[in-house]
Design a protein around this ligand. Structure first.
Ligand code: ATP
Ligand code: MG
Length: 340
């Protein structure tokens, strides 16, 4: 029987944040370790998505580092675990063009990420910002991936991927594309009750983003652990004076509780209960700061042990596999639309 595929990718425009780690990287590593005996685990570096945001000299460096991060986070390697770079598999670009011809301007314009990222400069935002959800659909559909563990900010793009796949299948009366699981099933598969959104430390109304210009707003995986602890100590909270999990009214405090629970791998409830009745946020902040410091020192030591050569070997092997799978799917699509 054909194995289902679990697929993930993180853009490498800059250093990853704790939000990327807790929201995307760690859940993927856990899923991979749990399912790699009977699923394909595809972890790719979306280098083509990366150049939407920045074209700088750090892409190669960041790319290697990101793969090391997966290994340092505990990913167990095996014959079903595949690493590859998107631009080394030309089928991604080719399928994007074909899918572009099936995507509607109206649905694309409704993408929240597009609206946010092009905010204020609709005329000068690059076309990649507008079009990248279609590239993301190609990334997923080429490998018939069913589960794509992403943070909540990417759910709308997953829905678009489902729509494009179903539209294409219907039009050609085929089942060429595997339709990814709907978001509520994705969340369940990730063992989460909801999508995860780690907040910006300065403005907890917003999510933590690696592209945020404010260094104090984000914990980077490469941050000096002491500096990171200070960022937590100065995180924005509120003046309500009660520790409880309420993302709507107390996003800052709730974010700290969330981070603590995830880093300790404890249920959120028990972390919240431990602080019940406290009217000051100092203890909670200190506990989170300590946990973040420990996490970063340990994680960074593990990253340092992984060689570039190891990453190189993983990529070469993975790209042979990816080109085979993606190439075969692209050919099916080309035949369906009449190009072959
Ligand atoms: P950028 O500002 O460049 O968009 P980002 O931090 O949003 O950076 P992405 O590369 O867009 O990172 O997303 C990588 C993965 O991390 C996605 O799966 C996304 O859902 C997840 N992710 C990003 N930010 C958070 C966050 N604050 N909390 C949880 N998950 C997140
Ligand atoms: Mg993002």
């Amino acid at each position: 029987m054909k194995k289902d595929t679990i697929l993930t990718g993180i853009r490498v425009n800059g250093e990853l944040t704790l939000g990327n780690f807790l929201g995307a990287l760690l859940p993927m590593v856990r899923l991979a370790n749990k399912h790699s005996s009977d699923h394909n685990i595809n972890i790719f570096v979306p280098d083509l998505h990366t150049i939407i945001a920045s074209v700088d000299g750090d892409l190669q460096k960041n790319l290697v580092k990101t793969i090391k991060y997966y290994l340092a986070a505990g990913l167990e390697l095996g014959e079903n675990v595949h690493f590859y770079r998107q631009s080394y598999v030309p089928a991604h670009s080719e399928l994007t063009w074909i899918l572009d011809c099936f995507a509607h301007m109206g649905e694309m314009r409704r993408m929240i990420q597009y609206k946010e990222k092009s905010d204020g400069d609709k005329d000068t935002a690059n076309v990649g910002v507008f079009n990248y959800p279609v590239l993301m659909a190609a990334d997923i559909l080429l490998y018939s991936a069913k589960f794509i563990p992403v943070g909540e900010d990417q759910f709308q793009h997953l829905e678009l991927t489902r729509d494009l796949a179903m539209r294409f299948n219907r039009k050609f009366d085929t089942e060429i594309f595997t339709v990814p699981a709907p978001t509520h099933e994705q969340v369940k598969f990730m063992n989460l009750s909801d999508g995860l959104r780690i907040r910006d430390l300065v403005n907890p109304e917003k999510k933590m983003s690696k592209s945020s210009p404010n260094e104090k707003a984000k914990i980077l995986l490469s941050d000096d652990p002491e500096v990171a602890a200070k960022k937590i100590m100065s995180a924005t909270t509120d003046s309500l004076g009660r520790v409880q999990f309420d993302m709507f009214n107390q996003p800052g405090v709730s974010n700290l509780l969330q981070i603590l629970a995830l880093l300790r791998d404890e249920p959120l409830e028990s972390v919240v209960n431990a602080y019940a009745g406290e009217t000051q946020y100092g203890d909670l902040k200190a506990a989170v700061a300590t946990e973040v410091k420990l996490f970063l020192s340990d994680f960074q030591a593990r990253v340092a042990e992984i060689s570039d050569a190891k990453v190189s070997t993983l990529l070469t092997t993975g790209e042979t596999y990816a080109n085979e799978v993606a190439g075969a799917k692209l050919l099916e699509v080309q035949k369906a639309v009449g190009l072959r």
